[in-house]
Design a protein around this ligand. Structure first.
Ligand code: GLN
Length: 185
């Protein structure tokens, strides 16, 4: 299994470590020529979604990545990566990839709760650790299905080959969420 990790900016190295703990190979995507003919999945990491969106455009990666996702490639977007996937950003006209039926609210927890750690039930997998850093949450879903909530707010959703997480699974000890993603193949 070979997974591409978007490595323009933000938290991508930690994802590579998790994938190797799961027994999967990974490679970094920094420019168009890094996209191989075939690979098995894609991770869009956390970072700053406005910067990543701009870089995706400037590097002409936006459309090829969108096509991979639309043709069914498994993708996991964490935090800013989730914002890239969203069809709508709350009170904002920006759309990046826009492939997933979720509306996300950026920096949704305000300043005081900007970063926090908790555990919550994740799909059918029981309680898992979740680390939030200046996190968005999912304000509503259209075609996606919520699979985790924290304090009544949706923090993870799934839609066929797409998995969106408001938190950073690469920063906790557990590898269960990366295994879950690899199982989406
Ligand atoms: N606040 C960032 C954004 O809106 C996301 C934060 C993160 O990825 N940790 O893009």
């Amino acid at each position: 299994m070979r997974i591409g990790i978007l490595a323009l900016q933000g938290a991508f190295i930690e994802h590579a470590k998790k994938l190797s703990e799961c027994g999967a190979e990974s490679f970094e995507i920094r420019q168009l020529k890094d996209l191989p003919d075939s690979f098995d999945g894609l991770i869009l990491p956390g970072g700053e979604s406005t910067t990543m969106g701009k870089l995706l455009h400037d590097l002409e990666l936006m459309n090829p990545i969108k096509e991979y996702i639309q043709s069914g490639m498994p993708v996991m977007g964490t935090c800013a990566g989730m914002i890239l996937l969203a069809e709508k950003i709350y009170e904002d006209d920006t759309v990046h990839l826009g492939t997933m039926g979720i509306t996300v609210k950026r920096n949704a927890y305000g300043r005081q709760l900007g970063s926090f750690h908790t555990t919550a039930k994740f799909d059918d997998m029981g309680e898992l650790p979740m680390t939030f850093i200046r996190a968005p949450y999912i304000e509503s879903v259209s075609t996606a299905t919520p699979i985790a909530t924290v304090d009544g707010r949706i923090v993870a959703a799934k839609e066929n080959n797409q998995l969106a997480l408001a938190f950073h699974p690469e920063l906790d000890d557990s590898i269960l969420i990366h295994q879950y993603f690899l199982g989406m193949k």
